[in-house]
Design a protein around this ligand. Sequence first.
Ligand SMILES: *[C@@H]1O[C@H](CO)[C@@H](O)[C@H](O)[C@H]1NC(C)=O
Ligand SMILES: *[C@@H]1O[C@H](CO)[C@@H](O)[C@H](O)[C@H]1NC(C)=O
Ligand SMILES: *[C@@H]1O[C@H](CO)[C@@H](O)[C@H](O)[C@H]1NC(C)=O
Length: 817
Amino acid sequence: MEGTSIPVFFFTLLFLLLSSDCASLHNLSANQAIKDGETIVSDGEMFELGFFSPGRSTNRYVGIWYKKISTQTVVWVANRETPITDTSGMFKVSREGNLLVTGGGDAVIWSSNSTLSARNLNPVVQLLDTGNLVLWDESSTKENPVWQSFDYPSDNLLPGIKFGKDLVTGRERYLTSWKSPDDPSIGLYSDRVDTNGYPQLIGWRGQVMLSRLGPWNGLGFSGFPSDIPNPFYSVEFVINEKEIYHKFELTSTVVQRVFLTWDGKTLHMHWLERTQEWAVYQDMAVDGCGRFALCGPYGMCSSLKHPPCSCMEGFEPRHLKQWKVSDWSSGCRPKKPFNCGIGDGFQKFKGVKLPDTGRSWYNVSMTLAECEVACRRKCSCTAYTNLDIRKGGSGCLLWFEALMDIREYETGQDLYVRVAASELKDYMVYNRRQGVLIIILPISLALLLLSALAYAHRIRKKTPLKKGQGNRESGLDKKNSSMQMEHLDDLPFFSLYKVAAATDNFSSSNKIGEGGFGPVYKGVLEDGREVAVKRLSETSQQGFDEFKNEAVCIAKLQHRNLVKLLGYCINDNEMMLIYEYMANKSLDSFLFDEGRSSMLDWPQRFRIIHGTARGILYLHQDSRLQIIHRDLKAANILLDSDMNPKISDFGLARKFVGNDTSDKTKKVVGTYGYISPEYAVHGRFSIKSDVFSFGVLVLEIVSGMKNREFSHEDHRDNLLGHAWRLYKEDKSMELISESIRTSCVIPEVLRSIHVALLCVQHHAEDRPTMLSVVLMLVSDSALPPPKQPAFFTEENSRELDPVSSVDEYMITLLYAR
Ligand SMILES: *[C@@H]1O[C@H](CO)[C@@H](O)[C@H](O)[C@H]1NC(C)=O
Ligand SMILES: *[C@@H]1O[C@H](CO)[C@@H](O)[C@H](O)[C@H]1NC(C)=O
Ligand SMILES: *[C@@H]1O[C@H](CO)[C@@H](O)[C@H](O)[C@H]1NC(C)=O
């Protein structure tokens, strides 16, 4: 309909008018009432209760919304199912202690059904600054009000709500979505704590289980990356005889809520004071593996693989035909049937999201060894693990049915799965440390051959002439060939002719740089789009692997702070990637250039810091793939014509697989000056190595100096050491580059330096995740003091190879299987 915007505007106005300070009270006592248009306000004015109309609806509802911030965000609704159709509504508390919404005279539209424990106890209704509407009487304590809205959440989980079940009263507190933005009545979706077996968090669509965050493991949910300790909130999960609940509390002034949208998304949102908007920092179901039991029983889901489902080691597809056509629902079965007792063993799986615990058994005091005995003793026991992963692990969790909804996960835990002992042996060898080395050589050779074959096969299929036919029908055998190349199917193909025309036949005047693999050209496509063409001319296997890696990685990524891959071109032995063109080249061409550094003022630099952080956060957490970049540096941050930062160069990027073991690599790659100590010395890398590089980058942006080339007359520390010294002496201001002295906003610069120092702390566990980094940059909350950074000097670092080696690449492949 034309004119839809007019009613929205009109009702927005109406909403504001009706909910403005016509009259507002702090408390309501017996027989007192507020009319439509009047409100109750919490003492600190954080929340307000009154009548409102959602979206385009004209119905009136009693609800609670934020008052100081984001005034139209309603977090709780009383009469969700029973709106009032005019403005005759009243909200009151009866002498008996019943909260009532009435309309059209005295008709009761909604009632809290609460009663006082005795007569004449003077009920008082109060809206707290937590957003909790409570009804007290003279006998009630702070913990035990007569009634509270926190016991009946709507679609918002506010800090302090006990999300779960009261086992004494049987009352369950869970989230239910609105039907639509215009209708707060109970919609399709709900989020609940499932208290069958070992409790876990589950998202439902009607009666269908949609997604599972998994059980609590002492630190977080087994199936969701957590950031603990998190400077912005703390979480707990309580299980005892009286109650089972999950709760989060704020540990900073950043306003937060968990919101179940009408269309079924569960979002952890933060209010950004700076920009006055709600930002989504965690979306609880980020990728394809988020769907419950996608891969069937004993299927392992990995969002990094294509197809995402595989059978767990020791298991095979139950129905091979169905499995091959991507119908994984029937899952997998043991390759050799279990025969109980000595015939069986337990295969350890590292880094997984624990299977559905709906029918599991647990005991909090047993050890892992006792747990294994318990599982071995019962023939029907299919798997076991620790309940709590803190302090080396404790407690016992047992499964007694086919394992469902398992996935590989970076922050996942260990799971021990029953398999026939004959199946087990191979893996024992494989897992043993020396075993890996012995096996690796033959396997890496085989893989090398395989991938070369796949490459050849691919090129045959990808010749421009054959494009548009045959790609889909060969679906089956494709899956057996190089899975890595699959992803290129999503990318537009450019013919060599087109690329050559765009770059003036790769003329030297179009050459704009030399990347790790070959020259980069500027070009203009027929349609006028400016592009950068990266050309891999040599057919060296190493270059090809990285090139391929980059293409696969970046093809799937879409974020405004990542450089965009427009397409690729393969012709004979040549491979090219076509990117959007970045008019302002790379950040280092500004930062470290005396003439150009003055062209980047502080507001621009801060935008670059923030944008880069958002880009890395996306890589680590929000993208479907979850990627560690491994080579973040000023030269890899490109700037578009508006000076927006775009992260580039994914040649060394690595998808997360498993946990610590698979994070190890024999050969360290990356750029000296930006790599973290644990990576440089032990070859151990994780998302925290990217955080380290980001910290270095921020210090370089602020100081205009290169970490690597930094020198100081008074000491021999590098830039990190220098920044740390200044911070300790409260002289961080001295770090600021001459070229931004006039444009800088002091609190922002100091905050950036502080955050950077947190990022470059020596121990990876001390460094914040990118989620925290982004929040810390934009919020005003207090920051934890940084510990001493890792500053290692030139002498104790070894020569670093700029190119990843085949060996190391293969190890990852091996572990990734
Ligand atoms: C509201 O009621 C509470 C509980 O009875 C009381 O502590 C508080 O002082 C009251 N506030 C106002 C403004 O009357
Ligand atoms: C109060 O009780 C009535 C009648 O049993 C019921 O329909 C209504 O849903 C109850 N209200 C609440 C808020 O539970
Ligand atoms: C849990 O295990 C401990 C130690 O084995 C045992 O003493 C206790 O009774 C068990 N608790 C339950 C509820 O089974």
